[in-house]
Design a protein around this ligand. Sequence first.
Ligand code: SAM
Ligand code: CA
Length: 248
Amino acid sequence: MAVNHEDNKPVGHKLYSELAHKSLLRSDALYKYVLDTSVFPREHPCLKELREMTDKHPRNVMSTPADEGQLISMLVKLINAKNTMEIGVYTGYSLLSTALALPSDGKVLALDINREYYELGLPMIEKAGVAHKIDFREVSALSFLDQLLQDENNKETFDFVFVDADKDNYLNYHKRVIDLVKVGGLIGYDNTLWTGSVALPPDAPMLEFIRGYRDYVIELNKYLAQDSRVEICQLTVGDGITLCRRIS
Ligand code: SAM
Ligand code: CA
């Protein structure tokens, strides 16, 4: 079955049962330990509600795992981010994590081609009292970024950008986002280890949707590793998140 769990293409439940969870930790017990010990006890009640609602959605595998949400929250606070952007919202787990971590006058510009997904999580975002920080746009991200870049005033204005949409466009996003983020600001690219497939030989057996995007993720990782405009850090949280701190 040709599917992609990271965008809008059809998906099937059976496929995901093969994945169990998205963490790269190969011990289910250890991952459960992390969640039960350090993540769930501190999860905001509205994030919990959003996560449990999303768990019942057919495309739930797209959601940011709770431990990664905790990481995003910590990063946003550590860099004192105020002006942020998210590319790829789905039902909003990472969005709500970001919005909760921002100061009351902080902003997150949230881009997704599908407003319906966002609206599933919106009641929990409103209940958490952070909807005023979110500017959701139902747009195709690439052309929207191009529009933003047409106005010089938007350049170097974002403290933090989380990229979690169509993997085949990540390099295109990077070429634009790099000019929108401040020097000293942070970009997070999600799913950069792509269930570990990036390290497998090309002829290794893998699910079709994994194979379909693998080359794009490998190309992005190579590009980021040689991009002197950023300092990078590849984390193995979730499905791999690459942090890029703009340095020039
Ligand atoms: N960050 C989300 C979370 O925490 O649940 C998960 C995002 S999900 C992996 C990817 C999202 O990207 C989907 O909601 C999909 O509609 C959106 N998307 C796919 N292609 C897009 C595009 N070209 N522009 C904007 N959004 C896109
Ligand atoms: Ca993701």
